[in-house]
Design a protein around this ligand. Structure first.
Ligand code: M6R
Length: 614
C-alpha cells in the first residue's frame, strides 16, 4: 500500500505535497518523493519518512503543479532509486498498486531500447507513456499528447493502479487514472487535488469526486474533466465530505480495526497478485533464495512466531505437512529461545512476524540460525529488523496495520503460507498440477468471498450483541480450523476482555466440558472437510451440556442448523481455504462484541502493537 498525491493550482506545490504526504504516511513510509513541474520537471526523492524528504528540499521550489508519493515497497528494496516518482525522459509518474505483468512489459521495453534504473513495477508505466508520446527511447518529436499516451498505455497494464502523471512538454496539465486502487479528486477554489484518500487534502477542500475503475481524468487550472476507458467524457457527481481529519484517516470507519477488517479483500489479493500461475498450477516466489534441490532435500520446517502470527504458523504446519509432506514444528519465540531444539538434517526455519520487530521471535530466529538453519521471514514491514538478519523475506502486502488486534496481517500471512506450501508441494512432486490449479482457482476467488462476508456483517453484529454479556466464550475446531479457533479466542479476549479459550474440538471432553453452562457461548468452526462429521459430534456433546452453540459453517450447509443456536455463514470454497474466510467472521464477532461492551478497540488495555521487549 502506497499513497499518491497530485496538486494543480496557484500556490507553490512543494509544501502542499509534503503536507499531504504526511497525512498519507499511514499508507506506507519507507521512502518518498515529489516532482514539481515548472519550466521542466524537478524531482526530489529519498528513503525514510516524509520528514526526511522535507529535510532535503531546497528553499522556495518554484512551480504550482506537482505529484508526490509515499512508498511501502512491494517490488524492489526501499531505496532512493526505487522510490517514486519514476521518470522516462520528460514524463514523471507516481503509482499506487501492483502491475502484475511488469516483467513481460519490462522485457519488451528493454528490447525497444529503454534502460531501467529501478527494480520497480512502476517504471514500466513511465517508459510505456514515453514510448507512446515519442515513439521510442531516442526520439524527441512528439507523436501524441499526454492524455492520448495515458489512454494508450492503460490497456497494457494488468493489475491495479492509481497513477498521477506529468509531462515536461505539457505544462499545467496533470493526468490521473485508476483501476482497483483508490483515487479521489478534491475540488478546491482554483486548485485541484488528486490523492489516494481524502485525508491528503481535507484541510483544503471537502468537495470531492471519487474516480471509478478504468476512468481517466485530465486536470488543468482549476478544473477537471473525466473520461471512460474509451475516451468518452463522463459526468461525475461531487460529494461533500462530512468527516473530520481523524474520521477520514479511518476512511469513515469507527475504528482502525474495522477499516483493516474491510481492507482484507484487497490486501489478500495484493499478497498473491503476480505470484501465481493458474494455468500451470505453479507459484512464483522470486524472493525465495532456495534452490529446488534444497526444497527437495528439506527434512523439517521449524516455524517460530508469537501471538496471532503463531496461530498463522499452526495453519502453516497443517499445510506443509498435508500438501508438501514436510514434518513441521511450530514454536513460540519465547519458548524456542530457551529450549534445547533438535536441529539436525536440512531444517528450514520460518519466522512469521507482522512487525518484524518482536523481540522473542528475533531472538529465537538468531538461535536457529546459529545452528546453521536456512531461515526465511514472513513479515509485513519492509526494512524491519528481521529482514536484515535472514536469508529470504516474503512480504505480506497488508499495508500498515494500526489496530493492535492483528486482522489483515493474519489473513495475508495465511495467504503467504498457502503459496509457500503449494510451491514446496509442486517441487517435491506431492501435488498434481490439476489439484494445484483447482486450489489456485479457489484462492483467486477469496477476495470476492471475503467481500461477501463483509456485505452481510449485520448478521454477525446481531450475534455479537446477543451474547455480549457472556463471561466466558469457547472456540472449537479441528485440523486447520483448530488454529482458527485459537485465533478467534485471542481476538475476542484481547479487545472485549471476555475470557475466551480456543480448543481442538476433540479435547473438550478431557477437561473443559466441566466449565460449560447454559450461559456459555461455544463457537464451533464446522466448515466442510474431512473432520466435519466429528465436529457435529462435538457440537452435540456441547449442546447436551446446555451450552449455546454458534456455528461457523458453509453457505449451503442445512444439516448444521438442526444442532446449533446461531449459524454464521461463509461462502462455498475449497476445503483447505475456508480458514481464511472463517477468520474474517471471527474478527467481526470480536469487533462487534467489543463495540457493544464499549471497549477501547484499537488500543486494548495492557497491550502494544509491537512487542520489542522480552
Ligand atoms: O509483529 P508480530 O506478528 O511478531 O507480533 C506478534 C504478536 O504480538 C501479535 O501477533 C499479537 O498477538 C496480535 N497483535 C494480537 O492481535
Amino acid at each position: 500500500m502506497c499513497g499518491i498525491i497530485g496538486y494543480v493550482g496557484e500556490k507553490p506545490a512543494a509544501p502542499i505535497l509534503i503536507d499531504s504526504l504526511k497525512k498519507l504516511e499511514y499508507r506506507g513510509y519507507d521512502s518518498a518523493g515529489i516532482c514539481i513541474l515548472n519550466d521542466s520537471l524537478k524531482t526530489y526523492k529519498t528513503t525514510g519518512k516524509i520528514a526526511d524528504l522535507e529535510s532535503i528540499l531546497p528553499e522556495g521550489i518554484e512551480g504550482t503543479i506537482g505529484i508526490g508519493h509515499t512508498r511501502w515497497a512491494t517490488h524492489g528494496k526501499p531505496n532512493t532509486i526505487n522510490s517514486h516518482p519514476h521518470l522516462s525522459g520528460d514524463v514523471a509518474v507516481v503509482h499506487n498498486g501492483i502491475i502484475e505483468n511488469y516483467l513481460r512489459l519490462k522485457e519488451k521495453l528493454i528490447g525497444d531500447g529503454y534502460t531501467f534504473k529501478s527494480d520497480t513495477d512502476t517504471e514500466v508505466i513511465a517508459h510505456l507513456l514515453h514510448s507512446h508520446l515519442y515513439g521510442g527511447s531516442d526520439s524527441q518529436s512528439k507523436k501524441c499528447d499526454l492524455m492520448t499516451a495515458v489512454q494508450k498505455t492503460l490497456p497494457s497494464l494488468e493489475g491495479s493502479y492509481a497513477i498521477a502523471v506529468l509531462c515536461g512538454s505539457e505544462p499545467g496539465l496533470m493526468v490521473v487514472a485508476r483501476k482497483d486502487s483508490p483515487l479521489v479528486i478534491g475540488i478546491g477554489n482554483g486548485e485541484i487535488f488528486a490523492a489516494s484518500d481524502v485525508t491528503a487534502f481535507l484541510k483544503h477542500t471537502k468537495d470531492v469526486v471519487f474516480v471509478d475503475d478504468n476512468e481517466v481524468a485530465s486536470i488543468r487550472g482549476g478544473s477537471v474533466e473525466f473520461f471512460d476507458a474509451d475516451g468518452n467524457p463522463v459526468t461525475k457527481e461531487t460529494t461533500k465530505i462530512e468527516w473530520d481529519i481523524e474520521a477520514a484517516e479511518k476512511a469513515g470507519y469507527e475504528h482502525f480495526m474495522l477499516k483493516e477488517i474491510h481492507e482484507q479483500a484487497s490486501s489478500v489479493h495484493d499478497t498473491f497478485a503476480g505470484k501465481i500461475s493458474e494455468m500451470e498450477g505453479t507459484i512464483i516466489l522470486d524472493e525465495l533464495n532456495m534452490s529446488d534441490e534444497q526444497i527437495r532435500h528439506m527434512t523439517r520446517i521449524e516455524i517460530i512466531a508469537c501471538g496471532t502470527s503463531w496461530n498463522a504458523g499452526l495453519v502453516g504446519k497443517y499445510l506443509f505437512e498435508q500438501l508438501a509432506g514436510i514434518h513441521t514444528d511450530v514454536d513460540t519465540g519465547s519458548e524456542f529461545r530457551y529450549g534445547y531444539p533438535v536441529v539436525c538434517g536440512e531444517v528450514l526455519t520460518i519466522a512469521i512476524t507482522q512487525s518484524g520487530e518482536t523481540a522473542d521471535t528475533l531472538a529465537a530466529v538468531r538461535g536457529a540460525r546459529s545452528y546453521g538453519c536456512q531461515a526465511i521471514a514472513i513479515t509485513n514491514v519492509v526494512g524491519s529488523t528481521i529482514t536484515r538478519e535472514i536469508d529470504s523475506v516474503l512480504y505480506t502486502r497488508a499495508g500498515p496495520e494500526i489496530g493492535v488486534a492483528a486482522t489483515k496481517s493474519f489473513t495475508t500471512q495465511l495467504i503467504t503460507l498457502y503459496l509457500l506450501a503449494l510451491k514446496f508441494a509442486r517441487i517435491r512432486g506431492k501435488i498434481s498440477a490439476e489439484d494445484s490449479k483447482n486450489l489456485l482457482v479457489a484462492l483467486k476467488k477469496i477476495p470476492a468471498d471475503i467481500q461477501k462476508i463483509l456485505n452481510k456483517k449485520a448478521v454477525i453484529q446481531e450475534c455479537a450483541r446477543q451474547f455480549a454479556d457472556a463471561e466466558d466464550y469457547f472456540f472449537i475446531g479441528r485440523h486447520l480450523n483448530y488454529p482458527i479457533a485459537l485465533e478467534g479466542a485471542l481476538k475476542l479476549k484481547e479487545i472485549s476482555y471476555i475470557h475466551a479459550e480456543g480448543y481442538a474440538a476433540g479435547e473438550l471432553k478431557h477437561g473443559p466440558l466441566a466449565l460449560l453452562t447454559d450461559k456459555t457461548p461455544v463457537v464451533a468452526i464446522a466448515t466442510k472437510g474431512h473432520t466435519y462429521d466429528k465436529m457435529l459430534s462435538n457440537i452435540k456433546e456441547v449442546k447436551a451440556r446446555d451450552a449455546i452453540v454458534i456455528a461457523v459453517a458453509n453457505k449451503d450447509d442445512t444439516e448444521i442448523e438442526k444442532y446449533v443456536d446461531v449459524v454464521l455463514r461463509i461462502p462455498e470454497t475449497h476445503d483447505l481455504l475456508s480458514p481464511i474466510l472463517s477468520s474474517v467472521v471471527l474478527q467481526l464477532l470480536a469487533y462487534y462484541t467489543a463495540l457493544e461492551r464499549g471497549c477501547s478497540i484499537d488500543k486494548p488495555r495492557n497491550l502494544a502493537k509491537s512487542v520489542t521487549v522480552e
